[in-house]
Structures are given as C-alpha cells and as structure tokens.
Ligand binder design. Structure first.
Ligand code: DBV
Length: 250
C-alpha cells in the first residue's frame, strides 16, 4: 500500500516528541479517522483520513490530517498554531499527491510582513533551506491572495518524481521543522496587551483565509459529504474561532 507521506508524519511526531513538552489536543468525536469508498469499478478505492493533534506550553495546536487513498491520492497537511501570547509564525506543510502529480508547500507562515519580523523569523531560516529552494523548481501559479500568508523562505514546488519526494522533499521537511522548533525554543511570551491584540488579529486573518479557501474542501465534500467537511474544517483543521467563542483561547 502506498503511503508516501507516512515517513513525514513519523518524522514530525518524532521531532515534536523529542523537543516539546507535548500533551494531547482533543479531536472532536467522529474526526479521528474517516473512510469512504471513492471511484468506480476497478478504480474503486478506500480513502481514509486520519487526524493527529497535540499541544505544548507555547503551541496551541499542532495537528495533522493524513489522507490515504492509493497511489494517486496522498495528502499530509501539517500545521502548527502558536499560542496567542507568542508572535511566532505558523508552521505550514501541505504535501499533496493527486493524479496530476505532486504539489509541495512548506513554510514558516508569518503573522506580519514587516522587515523587522522577517529579520527575526525568516533570516535565521533562509541559509538552512536555500539549498532546497535552489534545487527544486518554483511550483508556478500561486494564488495571489495567498502571498500575504507566506514568507520569503517558502518552498513551493511540483516535483515529477516520487523519488524526489522521498529524498529531497523529505530532507527539506525535516530541516524546516527542525529550524521552526529552534524558533519555538527561543521564543519568549509577549506581555504587552496591544501587541497581543495584533497577534490575535493576525492569527484570525490567517485562519479565516485558510478555512475559507481550503483547497481540500472539494475533495472532502466528494468523499465524506458537506456536513462532515464543514465540521472538520471549522471544528478541527482551523478551529481558533470556535475555541475563542468558547473560552479565552491562549
Ligand atoms: N490543504 C489544506 C488542507 C488540506 C489541503 C487542510 C487536509 O490546507 C490539501 C487537506 N492542498 C490540498 C489539496 C490540494 C492542495 C493545493 C488536496 C489540491 C487541490 C486541487 O488541486 O484540487 C498551499 N495547497 C494547494 C495549493 C496551494 C496550497 C497554493 C494549490 C491551490 C490551487 O491550485 O488553488 N497551504 C496552501 C495554501 C496556503 C497554505 C493555499 C495558504 C496560506 O498554507
């Protein structure tokens, strides 16, 4: 069975387990694992989406959605949402394999696009990841409105070969996450109320964008229906607004 991104998931869990004080993050009932049959006739295949979620003292939610549907449908979407009293970037990994090929986005997604923010959160990363950016071709068309949410260190590429995913992309993923966890280790809490409010607004803008534009929505709708999909997106994948409506999220 093809599970192209299983080693990525295992690498991520190994790194966060080794470097963070982890505890479980609740996954709503019915969203831990979901399966459906997709396709017709001899092409029919079971598609299973498995969810993973953790938290740590500085990170509000560390979560993964792993879609496994055979050779032509594999996805690992792995995102880290810092707590609102840290101005850390998000870690965003979108590793996607569809019949048309592979699509890879990995970045430390910034809260702010200022030069000062880049100096703290992009400049230390770039030297470690520039080799991968040079080696892998730019993935082309990129939603214009998404640009605000990416850093100058983004890796965006559409490799032709599985072997590139298993080698170079794997090394890149490992390196970005390792660099991100170093930023987390060094991060100190923000105490200024005005600054915390700016962080909150920036986190909400990111979250709303991702929930509204989730490129997986059509796929999930087809597989599991609309009701399940909207609940998965707003109740798990991008849950900050719900959590803020409940209690004071931090
Ligand atoms: N993307 C997600 C989640 C996914 C997921 C939660 C659980 O945010 C999968 C699954 N991404 C996914 C799939 C596709 C993409 C594409 C299935 C293919 C959609 C398709 O072709 O049908 C980065 N992901 C993409 C694309 C980009 C990203 C730019 C191409 C989109 C397009 O062609 O329109 N990651 C994505 C993104 C942001 C990010 C837009 C914005 C902040 O962090």
């Amino acid at each position: 069975m093809t599970t192209l991104y299983q080693p990525f998931l295992e690498e991520a869990i190994a790194q966060i387990t080794a470097r963070l004080e982890l505890s479980d993050y609740p996954i709503p009932e019915g969203f831990g694992s979901k399966s459906a049959l997709a396709g017709k006739g001899s092409r029919q295949a079971q598609v299973t989406t498995t969810s993973y979620a953790f938290q740590s003292p500085k990170l509000r939610q560390i979560r993964a959605a792993h879609v496994q549907g055979g050779k032509a449908l594999q996805v690992l979407n792995f995102v880290i949402f810092p707590r609102l009293n840290f101005d850390l970037p998000f870690f965003g990994g979108d590793l996607v394999t569809l019949p048309a090929g592979h699509l890879i986005a990995i970045d430390m997604q910034p809260l702010f696009q200022s030069r000062e923010y880049q100096a703290r959160y992009t400049d230390p990363i770039l030297p470690r990841v520039q080799g991968f950016r040079d080696e892998l071709e730019w993935g082309g068309d990129f939603p214009q409105e998404a640009r605000a949410f990416f850093s100058p260190a983004v890796l965006w590429t559409r490799p032709d070969q599985d072997s590139v995913v298993k080698t170079t992309i794997f090394e890149a993923f490992r390196t970005y996450l390792d660099a991100y966890l170093s930023l987390v280790e060094q991060a100190v809490p923000v105490t200024d109320a005005g600054q915390i409010e700016q962080i909150r607004q920036a986190q909400l803008a990111y979250l709303r964008y991702r929930a509204d534009k989730d490129p997986a929505r059509a796929m999930f709708n087809r597989l599991y229906g609309r009701e399940w999909t909207e609940e998965y997106i707003h109740g798990f994948l991008f849950d900050l607004e719900r959590k803020m409506a409940g209690t004071a999220a931090s």
